[in-house]
Design a protein around this ligand. Structure first.
Ligand SMILES: Nc1ncnc2c1ncn2[C@@H]1O[C@H](COP(=O)(O)OP(=O)(O)OP(=O)(O)O)[C@@H](O)[C@H]1O
Ligand SMILES: [Mg+2]
Length: 418
């Protein structure tokens, strides 16, 4: 089957205190005269007149009857893009869809309704009812083997393949590159992250341990646990953008750091990726700037201390359960053991010396994080003590001695102290 990529869709939103979506507006994607993708969004009149209505995001799509336009991010407004799939979900969708050409709107339309945040997309003016049925913990083994088949490219390119459909049902719209699915367990939704056969160490256990280490450092983190299915570890991370009630799931709005920075996604265009700029934006949108700025400072320092060099702006998120926005709990914390002992760089700028992941640089912009110099120094010192205990934390989290040795050089590398 071939057909042209979709060029418009309706955008739905589940409002605070509600469990079913309403229509928020319409998104149209075209190209401008220079051939550059151009996105336009307009809120529907009924939505603008709805006293319960909220803005989709806190920086760009303010609730009004104006037509918004953007050429950033291939014409897809950041807040909409954040509700869509990344590398992993796109890969699954491409396997499943019979279309030869998928456009940005197709990815939004084809991914499952369990997407991050409060938005939904569709071609009907009336939003579909919310999902009631989710994969369960029991399905993890099947999901894990399907994920492996996708990685190995062993799934048939057949839209009818029921197994792909099943995997597709949930999880494709969660972002990120690693294999994952969404399951319901008890009264919550969880992201299940799987190991890849080509991983150099047990990523799930290490990530789980990093969340624990971050919590020991005073950082607010997503709740997680390990399940072992068919002899393989799966990391379950509780979704912070959903809350079950007797009537269904409440959904928080969610945007990424990339959206808040109004930055581009491609690493070649990463000049706007910066903690120093992010904290400025954060302070403008949150209810408690002092608390949240300090929290971001800790996260930036933590990433430098464990060489989490993949701390790109999509690995930071902001959520709003009601009116107010705040930092989401931290997630996707992964150490990278690299050879260089002198100089390492975070993905985002963290001080006067750009991306350099060292104490001096991290401290250089303390005032932007609303910290006095001495306060910032004390935080860094305390965190160094905590991160110094990484080995005990990973080992007690079930990371093997061999894996612990493989990741050793990620922690508090010598250049951090220069
Ligand atoms: N606990 C959570 N609740 C809700 N959404 C989450 C949670 N954890 C992660 N997410 C969302 O899912 C996305 C993917 O998760 P994560 O970053 O852990 O995956 P990944 O595949 O390891 O990412 P990457 O491509 O950065 O390696 C995140 O960017 C975020 O939008
Ligand atoms: Mg990620």
């Amino acid at each position: 089957m071939t057909s042209n990529p979709a060029s418009e869709c309706f955008v739905y939103i589940t409002l605070p205190h509600a469990v079913s979506p309403v229509i928020a507006g319409k998104f149209v994607l075209s190209t401008n005269r220079a051939g550059v993708p151009l996105g336009k969004f307009v809120y529907g009149r009924s939505y603008v007149n709805n006293p319960q209505a909220v803005s989709i995001d806190p920086i760009e799509l303010f609730l009004s009857d104006k037509t918004y336009a953007t050429v950033r991010l291939n014409g897809v407004f950041g807040a909409l893009r954040d509700a869509g799939p990344d590398f992993w979900g796109r890969r699954v969708i491409e396997k499943h869809s019979g279309k030869t050409k998928l456009g940005e709107i197709d990815y939004l339309l084809e991914s499952a309704e369990d997407r991050a945040g409060a938005l939904g997309f569709g071609l009907n003016q009336n939003p579909p009812p919310p999902l009631r049925k989710f994969n369960q913990t029991l399905d993890l083994e099947k999901l894990q083997s399907l994920a492996e088949a996708v990685i190995k490219d062993e799934l048939p390119n057949d839209p009818a393949a029921p197994q792909v459909q099943e995997l597709l049902l949930l999880g494709t719209s969660m972002g990120g590159a690693r294999p994952k699915a969404v399951i319901e367990d008890g009264d919550s939704l969880w992201i299940a992250k799987f190991n890849r056969p080509d991983d150099r160490w047990d990523n799930t256990r290490v990530e789980h341990a990093m969340l624990r280490l971050a919590r020991d450092c005073g950082i607010s983190v997503a709740e997680s646990r390990i399940e072992t299915v068919a002899g393989k570890d799966v990391l379950l991370i509780k979704r912070f953008d959903r809350e079950k009630t007797k009537d269904g799931y409440l959904r928080a709005r969610m945007i990424s750091g990339l959206t808040l920075l109004r930055a581009e996604e491609a690493a070649e265009l990463r000049q706007g990726w910066s903690y120093v700029l992010l904290v400025e934006e954060l302070r403008r949108i949150v209810g408690e700037p002092r608390k949240e700025a300090r929290e971001l400072f800790r996260r930036m320092c933590f990433n430098a201390m464990i060489s989490n060099l993949d701390d790109h702006p999509r690995n930071h998120a902001f959520i709003a359960k009601e009116e107010d926005w705040k930092l989401s709990p931290a997630y996707d914390l992964t150490p990278s053991p690299v050879v260089s002992q002198d100089r390492r760089e975070l993905a985002m700028e963290c001080g006067d010396d750009g991306r350099s992941a060292n104490a001096k640089n991290l401290l250089s912009q303390h005032a932007r994080f609303l910290l006095e110099k001495e306060e910032a120094e004390k935080i860094v010192k305390d965190m160094i003590d905590r991160v110094g205990k990484w080995y005990d934390v990973v080992r007690s989290g079930g990371v093997s001695e061999r894996d612990a040795e493989t990741i050793r050089s990620a922690f508090l590398y010598p250049g951090f102290f220069y």
